[in-house]
Design a protein around this ligand. Structure first.
Ligand code: AHR
Length: 329
């Protein structure tokens, strides 16, 4: 038995054990039919947010549902760890590699190695920047640009409803050079560009982390004080940190400052219902089913869609919020 077969056996045995001890809630009612034997290497960015943890849980759950052996690696927010993980996947001769690139640049070398080894690569959640078109099979992830547009369009409606003549915005951005940071910033800027009331006072890097969101908000409050009308935050975690700082400064989030967030995890929806957030743009982490279906197609040599975006919506104080179902992340 070679090392790849041994690894598959170990992962399959572990998956069985997990399934045996799993509560009924962990198993899907409509279990998909899959006869393709497949070893999938997946490199996750880290555990920086409820979104990321929800994404990891969904990938693991769907791998089990499809009977796919999963080699999972957590990179703890470090690109070099992701590159090392992809090299391990190549050494183990996995059938398909999937990964969520923490930033867009720096992948050409390792992905050329995967290509030379004949292993197809799926980008999950985030994109890469490269001149090569042959290094990855597809991207499965949100339309981050459209999320930024939805956030900007909401703000225009809100400013109209409140009759605001000047709107001073601070933006707390996600990890520098990551796809969601770049595209959420661009989509929002484009959506408000032709509205003369809108002024972005400052964009500041919060790295998608709650403690950084709080630090950024403290700095912004020191600098601009009560001139701030709007916080546009690129994810829920940073929004929570910012809200704590706004309250500590004696201001009321959602009333004194309009709060716009992205992700739409359970905690954000709860805080939206309390009125401390005004708008949350959904970004779903439930990408596991598409990843498994696509991995199976690639293993079988079939064509796949180059880009797959999930459908996403917006939750805001413009709507009845009483019947939003459990978010699952
Ligand atoms: O790439 C998706 C983003 O990464 C989510 O908005 C954020 O919460 C996560 O950390």
């Amino acid at each position: 038995m070679n090392s790849k077969q041994l690894l598959k056996k170990i992962i399959a045995a572990f998956s069985c054990l997990t399934m045996m001890f799993c509560s009924p809630a962990c198993t899907s009612g409509d279990k998909p039919q899959n006869d393709t034997e497949l070893l999938l290497g997946f490199s996750q960015i880290g555990s920086e947010s409820a979104w990321r943890i929800g994404n990891t849980n969904d990938i693991e759950k769907q791998a089990q549902n499809y009977g796919i052996s999963l080699m999972f690696e957590n990179a703890n927010q470090n690109r070099e760890n992701q590159i090392a993980a992809i090299r391990r996947f190549i050494a183990y001769k996995v059938d398909v590699i999937a990964f969520s690139p923490i930033v867009e640049d720096g992948w050409d070398n390792v992905l050329t190695e995967a290509k030379d080894a004949g292993i197809p690569v799926i980008l999950v959640d985030r994109d890469i920047s490269t001149d090569r078109t042959d290094l990855t099979a597809c991207l499965i992830g949100a339309d981050f640009y459209n999320e930024g547009v939805m956030a900007g369009e909401y703000l225009i409606r809100k400013a109209d409803a409140l009759g605001l003549e000047e709107v001073n915005i601070v933006e707390i951005t996600g990890t520098a050079n990551s796809t969601p940071m770049r595209q959420r910033q661009a989509g929002f800027a484009d959506a408000i560009a032709s509205d003369g009331r809108m002024h972005i006072l400052e964009s500041i890097d919060g790295d998608f982390i709650k403690s950084r969101g709080a630090e950024c908000m403290r700095t912004l409050l020191e600098e601009y004080g009560d001139r701030i009308d709007v916080v546009y935050s690129h994810n829920d975690e940073m929004t929570f940190g910012a809200i704590n700082e706004i309250e500590a400064a004696g201001l009321v989030p959602g009333r004194d400052i309009i709060i716009i967030s992205i992700d739409g995890g359970q905690e954000a929806i709860d805080i939206l219902s309390q009125g401390k957030i005004n708008c949350v743009v959904e970004c779903t982490p439930m990408l596991g089913r598409e990843v498994m279906e696509t991995a199976i197609r690639l293993k079988n040599g079939e064509e796949v869609e180059p880009v797959i975006h999930p459908q996403e919506r917006i939750f805001s104080d413009e709507q009845d919020l009483s019947n939003i179902g459990p978010r699952g992340y």
